[in-house]
Design a protein around this ligand. Structure first.
Ligand code: UDP
Ligand code: MG
Length: 320
């Protein structure tokens, strides 16, 4: 039996908290009865600087029920940071931490399978949406476009997986060793490595309140995802520069050929070729400078260069 903590970031979620609390409480009881988790497993609500009565509700809940604890951030730091705050709060207290949204869009029954996979040795268990029927067409379209865009930019992410996942205590510790400030957990978690598993579930509708991710925040999130994990956009500039430069050379050849045939417009050839040549060279130059900036940027993240999974010394320990 393992001690499991469930971390739930909450931003202006006063409409959903009573129901979420009720269901999570039932879930914990159920899991306890099935002897999957210990009696002191808990739910950690992280209040991400809400403007409504979310925090006073969390305080009241934790006073009434020892299975619930709260952490309040000093201001709205964003979903990803709130999640990380919860993970770092829970890490030394639990064997594994499950993270999920407050609105119960992610089916909490998948936690059972997550714990099973964890017991079988997976350190990271991803919750993956099998269907998104209940999402609006717009949300589905933008979300899936976003996954594809990230993939094409070379970012390793699990398709249709959001921030519903189980991380073993060890995986959380390794995650916390990624010191970057621009945080995009979905892209970083696969970098931790270790044995992982996927659990499929159907995504529900938000049962109360509004989405805290309007289009503007979603676009910012996508941009954050790309720029914090990939230097490919810089390479695109170099590629574009090279293409422009090649075009100018082709033009030059064409113009020289035309000169010999006798079709010339005075001044035009030299002008247009130099516009493309200079434009191309400039873009290429920016791309090369960008390449170095990209390196500096990756260095400043101070990411761990490797994570040791096991040594022969710890082989017996590693099995638990
Ligand atoms: N959230 C947060 N801080 C924010 C925005 C959102 O902690 O600045 C939380 C929110 O309370 C919820 C989760 O992040 O628990 C996901 O938000 P939401 O359900 O609104 O996103 P959607 O499901 O629409 O993508
Ligand atoms: Mg939601």
């Amino acid at each position: 039996m393992k001690r499991i903590y469930i971390v739930v970031p909450c931003y202006n979620e006063s409409d959903v908290l009573p129901e979420t609390t009720k269901r999570l409480c039932q879930k914990l009881e159920g899991l306890k009865q099935k002897e999957k988790i210990t009696g002191d497993s808990k739910v950690i609500y992280v209040d991400d600087g809400s403007g409504d009565d979310t925090w006073s509700q969390i305080q009241a809940i934790s006073r009434k029920n020892p299975h619930f604890e709260g952490v309040k951030l000093s201001r709205n730091c964003g979903h990803q940071n709130a999640l990380l705050a919860g993970l770092s709060y829970a890490v030394d207290k639990a064997d594994a931490v499950v993270s999920m949204d407050a609105d119960l869009q992610d089916d909490i029954n998948a936690i059972d399978q997550m714990i099973d996979a964890y017991e079988k040795g997976s350190e990271v268990v991803y919750g993956v949406r099998s269907k998104r029927k209940k999402d609006s067409f717009f949300k589905r379209f933008t979300a899936q476009g976003f996954y594809k865009l990230l993939k094409s930019m070379g970012v390793e992410i699990v398709f249709n997986h959001a921030d519903y996942r189980l991380l073993s205590n060890r995986a959380v510790k390794e995650l916390l060793s990624f010191k970057e400030v621009n945080l995009f957990l979905r892209g970083i978690v696969p970098m931790i490595g270790f044995k992982s598993a996927k659990v499929y579930y159907e995504r529900n509708e938000r049962f109360a309140g509004k989405s805290k991710y309007p289009l503007k925040k979603m676009l910012a999130f996508a941009f954050e995802g790309i720029t914090s994990l990939s230097v490919k956009p810089i390479r695109l500039i170099s590629a574009l520069g090279l293409i422009c430069f090649l075009i100018s050379i082709i033009m030059l050849i064409v113009f020289v050929a035309q000169y010999f045939i006798g079709i010339t417009v005075s001044g035009w050839a030299s002008l247009i070729t130099s516009v493309w040549a200079l434009g191309g060279l400039q873009l290429l130059g920016i791309g090369i400078i960008g390449e170095y900036i990209g390196k500096i940027y990756l260095e400043t993240k101070q990411r761990p260069r490797f994570i040791i999974e096991q040594t022969t010394d710890t082989e017996t320990e590693g099995a638990d």
